[in-house]
Design a protein. Structure first.
Length: 422
C-alpha cells in the first residue's frame, strides 16, 4: 500500500510540475511578443521581424521541418506583399513548419494548426483600434500572443506524440489587415511544387484547419468552438474533448468569422475556431500580459491537444459540409445600438445573453447596465441567445426609450435605455 501511495504521489507531483512548466513557457512567449519592444507587431516593422524570428527560433529548436526544402535558416518563411497601391505596399510573411505523420497511408493528409502573430502596432485612425485617437503600443497579449503561445506548446506536444496525419503549424501575418496571410498561403498552395517545399502538391492535401485566436481570457472554464458543423464528426469530437478536459464549450456550426479560419472554409476545408471571447482591453493599449488567465490557457491547451489528436487519428478523411452562417440578422439592418459587446460564445450557464463589454458613455452604460450583466429581455420580449438579441435590435427605432431586463448576480434589474442611431 505504501509503495502504491508513493508512486501515486510522485505521478501527481510530476503532473503538477509539467503543468507549471507549460504555463511558465506560455507566459514567457506572451511577455515577449506583447512587450513594448515589439511595438505591437504591425506588419513589415521591426517588431514584426523580431516576433517572427522569435517564433522561428522556437520551431527550429523543436527540429520541425521548414516549409521550403534546403533552407534551414529562412525556410520557415512564406513571404508575401500586399497593399492597394505601390505607396501602401508592405512585405511580410507567414511562418510555417511541418511535422510529418507517422502513418504511411495518412501522412499525405495535413491538418493546419494556426494562429496569427501580427497586431495593430501603434494604433491610430483606421487601424482597427478601439481608441483611434490614442497613439500608443497595442501589445496584443490576448490578440494574439495567447494563440501563438498555445500553438507553440501544441508543436512541442505533437513533436513527442506523433500522429498518423501530418500537421502544419502556421503563424499567419497581416491577419488584422483582412486575413491577408492566410489567404496568401492558400493561394500559394495552389501552385505548390512538392519538389521545392515540404507540403502537399496543392491545398487539397489539407483536410482540416484548427485556428486559435484570443484564447487568453477564459472565464468560468468556458470557451467557444466554431465550425463544429463543417465536418460530420467535429461536434462529437469537440464535446468529447470538452468532457475529458472539463471545459465548458459553446458550439457554433458554421465556420465564418473575423479570423483566419474563414479563409479556409471559403476554400471548402473543414475548420474549428477556438476562442475565449472578447473583453474591454480588446484592440486597446491595455491588452497586456498581466490581464491573461494562464490557468485558462492551460485548459485551452489540454482541450486542443485532445481535439487535434482525435482529428489526426480519424480512420477516414474528414468530409466537408457547407454550413450557412448562423447569424440570421445582418448588422446593416440595425438602426440602433446599445453600445455593448454581447457574449458571442453563449457561454453563460444562466438563460439569457451576457454583456461582455459595456462601453462607457454609450446607451446601455448611461442607463446603468454593466459588463457581466445577463440580458434577459429587451422591450418586454425574451432574449435567450444571440439570434434573439439581434432580432430585438432589428425591431427598434432610434430616439426611443425601451426597458431592458438583466440579471446581475442574483438580482433582476430593469433599466430604461435611450436608443441612439447606429
Amino acid at each position: 500500500m505504501k509503495k502504491s501511495y508513493l508512486i501515486l504521489t510522485l505521478a501527481i507531483t510530476l503532473a503538477v510540475s509539467t503543468y507549471a512548466q507549460k504555463q511558465d513557457d506560455m507566459r514567457q512567449v506572451v511577455e515577449y511578443l506583447a512587450s513594448q519592444e515589439l511595438g505591437g507587431r504591425f506588419p513589415a516593422t521591426v517588431g514584426d521581424t523580431l516576433a517572427s524570428e522569435f517564433i522561428v527560433g522556437k520551431l527550429r529548436g523543436l527540429k520541425l521541418k521548414p516549409v521550403v526544402k534546403g533552407k534551414k535558416k529562412t525556410g520557415y518563411f512564406h513571404d508575401f506583399t500586399y497593399g492597394k497601391t505601390v505607396e501602401e505596399e508592405r512585405t511580410t510573411h507567414n511562418i510555417i513548419a511541418v511535422l510529418p505523420g507517422k502513418d504511411k497511408r495518412l501522412r499525405n493528409e495535413y491538418i493546419v494548426v494556426a494562429s496569427h502573430y501580427d497586431h495593430l502596432g501603434m494604433g491610430g485612425k483606421n487601424s482597427g483600434s478601439r481608441r483611434p485617437d490614442t497613439l500608443g503600443v497595442h501589445p496584443g497579449a490576448d490578440d494574439n500572443a495567447s494563440g501563438d503561445a498555445v500553438v507553440l506548446e501544441l508543436a512541442k506536444h505533437f513533436k513527442k506524440e506523433r500522429t498518423p496525419r501530418s500537421i502544419i503549424f502556421a503563424f499567419f501575418g497581416a491577419e488584422e489587415q483582412g486575413l491577408i496571410g492566410s489567404k496568401q498561403f492558400l493561394e500559394w498552395m495552389k501552385q505548390a511544387d512538392g519538389r521545392r517545399i515540404n507540403l502537399p502538391a496543392d491545398k487539397k492535401g489539407i483536410v482540416a484547419m484548427v485556428n486559435l485566436d484570443m484564447v487568453g481570457r477564459m472565464r468560468d472554464g468556458a470557451m467557444s468552438v466554431s465550425g463544429t458543423g463543417t465536418s460530420s464528426g467535429f461536434k462529437a469530437m469537440a464535446e468529447k474533448a470538452a468532457e475529458q478536459t472539463r471545459v465548458h464549450i459553446s458550439c457554433t456550426p458554421d465556420g465564418y468569422g473575423p479570423s483566419d479560419h474563414a479563409s479556409f472554409v471559403a476554400q471548402e476545408i473543414p475548420v474549428l475556431f477556438l476562442t475565449t471571447g472578447g473583453h474591454m482591453e480588446y484592440h486597446t493599449p491595455d491588452d497586456v500580459p498581466a490581464t491573461l488567465n494562464y490557468d485558462g490557457m492551460q485548459q485551452v491547451l489540454d482541450f486542443s491537444e485532445n481535439l487535434i489528436t482525435q482529428i489526426a487519428n480519424m480512420p477516414a478523411t474528414p468530409d466537408y459540409i457547407n454550413v450557412p452562417s448562423t447569424n440570421k440578422m445582418k448588422h446593416g439592418k440595425f438602426k440602433v445600438t446599445l453600445g455593448l459587446m454581447p457574449d458571442v460564445m453563449g457561454a453563460s450557464r444562466i438563460p439569457g445573453l451576457r454583456a461582455d463589454i459595456v462601453v462607457a458613455g454609450k446607451s446601455a452604460y448611461l442607463a446603468g447596465i454593466r459588463s457581466g450583466d445577463i440580458i434577459q429581455e429587451i422591450n418586454g420580449k425574451p432574449v435567450k441567445n444571440m439570434d434573439d438579441y439581434m432580432q430585438r435590435l432589428s425591431e427598434l427605432e432610434p430616439d426611443t426609450t425601451v426597458p431592458v431586463k438583466v440579471l446581475r448576480n442574483e438580482d433582476t434589474l430593469t433599466f430604461q435605455v435611450h436608443l441612439k442611431k447606429k
